[in-house]
Design a protein around this ligand. Structure first.
Ligand code: PLP
Length: 406
């Protein structure tokens, strides 16, 4: 056990001393982490508030009800389920609730910025159990809504998934819903990456256009690992039983007992996301992201779609003559943590792609601003140019010391 304790301490030190630029990562506040390691972990509570299969749930019921109500208020939806263990089980629960095996699903291709759970063929649950079709971004790096419409009309999917994991641009919910309505498809908006932006009003909300909205709670929302599944008014108009079907798909369909410590931590994070300071935080994420993008561009880095509207920057490294994996390994040596990522139309495989993905949520949580983004762009460029990674790492550590983690 001492070994694990030591490794936890080492990991904490690593997070404090490095620049966390992976856009899906963040520093959850202490209150969230405290809830996660509370005695709520000890309790079984299969079922839902007021309808449990175990005794002793009077406080758990209240905690889950608060999490549900806070989610409903934050995202302006009539229904929320807070029990999914994470983003992938949440999307699977939506499919289980609303589709039959073999139904047609249409999602954004992984190489265009979609997620594995959006129907990535062959190797995933969504790609194996359904007939999966994929739309893509155009040559400009933006989603090609005309091509999406053409494909949707040809395929006639039962569900269209609008959601992204490495797409630096705004999602046009109305265009998605127009396509879905034309072909009679359910529209699932997976806002896992942009949930914090949506909550803060910095990215348009899909709530008027989509039937169902899923999100993870640990990215820009800055909560515990977990997920929400929400049904909109539109979804309930389409199928008044939609919410009931989702509840049943989560439990008993896919999961057993909910992770109550996680539920409490979700409630805490969602409450925090209602505050003015959270709105300010999210606005700064975008300012930082745009600044970092501009600085990188000025240093000759080629950005997919030419820039960013959100917290994500996707660099196409082909002109630089280096692959994403090799570059991200060098960056790690300097204390800059990014992930290698496919770019649209990538000639290289996903395990050795041509791009890297960066994001500003975590460094913004530390309080970094425009000046620090300029420094970070400079660090990245110096790593590329072959400056000593040990020397850069010392400067990175010194910068990190000035901006403590939560
Ligand atoms: C858009 C999107 N959906 C779903 C997920 C899956 O979330 P998890 O990793 O929590 O299963 C992710 C994770 O990166 C994501 O970006």
């Amino acid at each position: 056990m001492t070994k694990i304790k030591n490794l936890i301490r080492k990991e904490e030190k690593r997070q404090k001393e490095t620049l966390m630029l992976i856009p899906s990562e963040n520093y959850a506040p202490k209150e969230v982490r405290q809830a996660l390691c509370s005695m709520l972990n000890n309790k079984y509570s299969e079922g839902y508030p007021g309808k449990r299969y175990y005794q002793g749930n009077k406080y758990i019921d209240q905690i889950e009800s608060i999490a549900i109500e806070t989610a409903k208020k934050l995202f302006c939806v009539p229904y929320a389920n807070v029990q999914s263990y994470s983003g992938s089980p949440a999307n699977s629960a939506v499919y289980m609730a609303l589709l039959n095996p073999g139904d047609k699903i249409l999602g954004l291709a992984l190489s265009s910025g979609g997620h594995l759970t959006h129907g990535h063929p062959k190797i995933t649950f969504s790609g194996k159990f359904f007939q999966s079709f994929q739309y893509e971004v155009g040559a400009d790096g933006f989603i090609d809504y005309e091509a999406l419409e053409k494909l949707a009309k040809k395929v006639k999917p039962k569900i269209i998934i609008a959601g992204t994991t490495s797409y630096p641009r705004k999602l046009e919910w109305t265009l998605f819903s127009q396509v879905a309505d034309k072909v009679g498809a359910i529209l699932l908006a997976d806002i896992s990456h942009i949930a914090g932006l949506v909550a803060a009003g910095v990215h348009p909300s899909p709530v008027r256009d989509a039937d169902v909205v899923t999100t993870t709670t640990h990215k820009t929302l800055r909560g515990p690992r977990g997920a929400l599944i929400m049904v909109t008014k539109k979804g309930l108009r389409r199928d008044p039983d939609m919410a009931k079907k989702i509840d049943r798909a989560v439990f008993p369909g896919l999961q057993g007992g909910p992770h109550n410590a996680q539920t409490a931590a979700i409630a805490i994070a969602l409450k925090a996301a209602q505050s003015e300071s959270f709105k300010k935080y999210v606005k700064q994420i975008i300012i930082n992201s745009k600044t970092l993008a501009k600085e990188l561009k000025s240093k000759g880095f080629d950005l997919v779609s030419g820039g960013t509207d959100n917290h994500i920057i996707l660099i196409d490294l082909r002109q630089k003559g280096v692959l994403g994996k090799e570059f991200s390994i060098k960056l790690e040596k300097a204390g800059i943590i990014v992930n290698y990522n496919s770019i649209p139309g990538d000639p290289n495989p996903p395990n050795n792609p041509s791009g890297i993905r960066l994001g500003t949520p975590a460094v913004t949580t530390r309080g970094m601003g425009v000046k620090e983004m300029m420094l970070i762009a400079d660090f990245i460029n110096r790593v590329y140019l072959g400056d000593s990674v040990d020397k850069i790492n010392k400067e990175v550590k010194s910068l990190c010391r000035k901006f403590p983690t939560l």
